[in-house]
Design a protein around this ligand. Structure first.
Ligand SMILES: Nc1ncnc2c1ncn2[C@@H]1O[C@H](COP(=O)(O)OP(=O)(O)O)[C@@H](O)[C@H]1O
Ligand SMILES: [Mg+2]
Length: 489
C-alpha cells in the first residue's frame, strides 16, 4: 500500500516536552526519519504514552512545535505520529522534507517505476509536482478523503456528536446551548427560538411571544430580560387575564390619591415599578380595549399617566408581551386593536408546542426528574416503559403538564424507577377504547375540568373560554367537585 506522505532520512535535533507525575519533563532527541504525518525518533523514552510536544529545529527556519504520540518502537528508535498542525508549520516541515527528497524515477509514495513527475502517479494517484509552490495544498486536498477516513475509524459515537455540533455551530451559526441552562431543548424548533432570543435580547425592541399555554413563554421573557442590558433592572410580570378589568388600569399605570373611592394614597403602577427594566405583559390578548389604547400610546411615546393624574411621566421600560390566543382572530372579531398588534408584532417568537419537539420531551422529563431528585430523596430514573409513554403522549398542556406529571411520578413511584402508571400516563394515549360507562362520567368531567384548569394555570377566564362555559359556571363546577388548585399542582 502506498504511504500517505513521503518519508525522508534526515538528522534533526528536537526538544520533547511532556507532563510526568505532575511535572514538566524535557528531553533532547534526534529525528532520523521524517514525513508530514510521522517520524522516527531516537532518545525518546519508550514508556511515553501521552500526547507530547516535539520541537524540531529546522535548518534555515528555526524551531517549530508539533503535537505527537508514540506508536511503537522501531529500528532502535520510537516511531511517532505527528498531528496535523497549522498551515505555516506544515509548510516549514514540507520545505525541509522536500530538500531531503532524492528524486529518482520511481514514485516516492508507492515505488511505481514509470511515474510521471508532471502530474499524479499513475499507480497510486498521489500528486507528484514536488517543485510546485502549491504542492502541499494539492497533496492535502488529494489525500483528504483518506486522511479523514483514517481519523473517522478511530472515533466513537460521542466524538461524532461533538463534531456534528461543532460543524453546525460554525456553518449554521447555531449555538447548541440554550440562553440559560434551565431552558432545555435541542429540537430544531427550540434552537431557532434560542437563536432569536439571543438576537433580539440585547436590542430595545418590543417582543411578542406566541405559543400554547405551558410552552415556556414566561421562561422566554425571563431569558430576554437577563440577556439584555436591562438585566440589573427589574423584571415585572403582569397577567392581564388574572386581574379584573376594573382594577387592571390602576394596577398597570398606578393612581393618584383620591382618583377613586378607596384611593387613600397615591400608588405607582407596574410600568413605573419596571422603570429601567422589562415589563412582561402575559395574556395580552385579554387586555381590555381601553387599556390597549393606553398601551399603544406608551409604546409610541414612552409616556404613562396615573389614574386621576393630569400630567404624564416618561418611563424607560421595554415591553415583552405574550399570548396563547389567536390575535388575528381577536382582531377580526374587533377585540384586539390592529395598530397595537402591528406595533407588538415587529418581533415575534413562536414557541412550538411540545408535541412538535421530538426527543425534547425525554430531555425535559429527565431534566425535571433530576431537579426533583436533587432536592428530595426519590427515584432518579424512568423505566423504559415510562419513557415510551412520555414519547407517546401528546402533551396538550405542554411543558407545564410534563413538569406536573414528572412531579407526580417522582412522588408516587414505589420503586426506584418512574413508570407510566405513577405519572398517570398511558391509557388515553392507546388506540381509542370504547366509551366509558355512564357511572364514570362524573369522574371524567371532573378530571377534564381539572386538566383544562391546569393547562391554563388556573386562570379562570381562559379555562372558561376553553371549556366554552361562562366564568360563573366554571366557579360552580369548581365548587361542585371541590377542586383545589393546590391539590393538583
Ligand atoms: N424549555 C424549557 N425548559 C425547561 N423548563 C421549561 C421549558 N419550557 C417551559 N418550562 C417550564 O414549564 C413551566 C411552564 O412554562 P411557562 O414559561 O410558564 O409557560 P407559558 O408562559 O407559555 O404558559 C414553567 O415551570 C417553566 O419553567
Ligand atoms: Mg404563562
Amino acid at each position: 500500500m502506498a504511504r500517505l506522505d513521503v518519508r525522508v532520512k534526515t538528522e534533526l535535533d528536537a526538544r520533547v516536552a511532556y507532563i510526568s507525575r505532575d511535572e514538566q519533563v524535557e528531553e533532547c532527541v534526534s529525528i532520523q526519519e521524517l514525513s508530514l504525518s510521522g517520524a522516527l525518533v531516537f532518545g525518546l523514552s519508550s514508556q511515553l504514552k501521552e500526547i507530547f510536544t516535539i520541537r524540531p529545529t529546522l535548518p534555515g527556519y528555526g524551531e517549530v512545535e508539533l503535537l505527537a504520540k508514540s506508536i511503537r518502537t522501531n529500528k532502535g528508535g520510537v516511531a511517532i505520529r505527528i498531528f496535523y498542525s497549522d498551515k505555516d508549520t506544515m509548510q516549514a516541515l514540507w520545505d525541509h522534507i522536500r530538500g531531503k527528497l532524492i528524486l529518482g524515477d520511481s514514485c516516492p509514495y508507492c515505488g511505481y517505476a514509470d511515474s510521471s513527475r508532471e502530474g499524479t502517479c499513475k499507480k497510486c494517484d498521489r500528486y507528484l509536482n514536488f517543485s510546485k509552490e502549491i504542492y502541499l495544498e494539492r497533496h492535502v486536498e488529494n489525500t483528504f478523503a483518506q486522511r479523514l477516513s483514517i481519523r473517522l475509524s478511530r472515533l466513537n459515537l460521542e466524538h461524532f456528536h461533538k463534531i456534528i455540533q461543532f460543524v453546525d455551530s460554525r456553518l449554521l451559526k447555531v449555538q447548541h446551548r440554550s440562553p440559560d441552562k434551565e431552558f432545555v431543548g435541542t429540537s430544531p424548533g427550540m434552537l431557532a427560538v434560542f437563536a432569536m432570543i439571543r438576537k433580539v435580547a440585547p436590542t430595545e425592541m418590543s417582543v411578542l411571544l406566541l405559543g400554547e399555554s405551558g410552552t415556556g413563554k414566561e421562561l422566554a421573557a425571563k431569558a430576554l430580560h437577563t440577556m439584555s442590558a436591562r438585566k440589573d433592572g427589574p423584571l415585572v410580570a403582569v397577567n392581564c387575564a388574572a386581574i379584573p378589568e376594573s382594577l387592571l388600569e390602576a394596577e398597570l399605570f398606578g393612581y393618584e390619591k383620591g382618583a377613586f373611592t378607596g384611593a387613600y394614597a397615591a400608588k405607582k403602577g407596574k410600568f413605573e415599578s419596571a422603570d429601567g427594566g422589562t415589563l412582561f405583559l402575559d395574556e395580552i390578548g385579554d387586555l381590555p380595549s381601553s387599556l390597549q389604547a393606553k398601551l399603544l400610546r406608551f409604546l409610541e411615546d414612552r409616556l404613562i399617566e396615573r389614574v386621576g393624574s393630569s400630567s404624564s411621566k416618561k418611563i424607560d421600560v421595554r415591553v415583552v408581551a405574550a399570548t396563547n390566543s389567536n390575535l388575528q382572530r381577536s382582531m377580526a372579531e374587533g377585540r384586539f386593536r390592529p395598530d397595537l398588534f402591528y406595533r407588538l408584532n415587529s418581533f415575534t417568537i413562536k414557541l412550538p408546542p411540545l408535541r412538535e419537539r421530538g426527543e425534547d420531551t425525554v430531555l425535559l422529563a429527565r431534566h425535571f426528574l433530576e431537579r426533583f431528585a436533587s432536592n428530595e430523596q426519590g427515584p432518579k430514573n424512568f423505566s423504559s416503559e415510562g419513557l415510551e409513554a412520555i414519547r407517546r403522549h401528546s402533551w396538550p398542556g405542554n411543558v407545564r403538564e410534563l413538569e406536573n406529571r414528572v412531579r407526580r411520578g417522582f412522588l408516587m413511584a414505589s420503586g426506584d424507577l418512574v413508570d407510566s402508571a405513577c405519572m398517570e400516563l398511558g391509557e388515553e394515549d392507546l388506540p381509542q377504547s370504547p366509551p366509558a360507562p355512564a357511572t364514570k362520567n362524573i369522574q371524567s368531567q371532573k378530571e377534564h375540568v381539572i386538566s383544562v384548569l391546569e393547562q391554563n394555570d388556573y386562570v379562570i377566564a381562559k379555562a372558561a373560554r376553553e371549556l366554552s362555559i361562562s366564568r360563573p359556571s366554571l366557579y360552580a363546577l369548581i365548587k361542585k367537585y371541590s377542586i383545589d388548585k393546590n391539590d393538583n399542582k
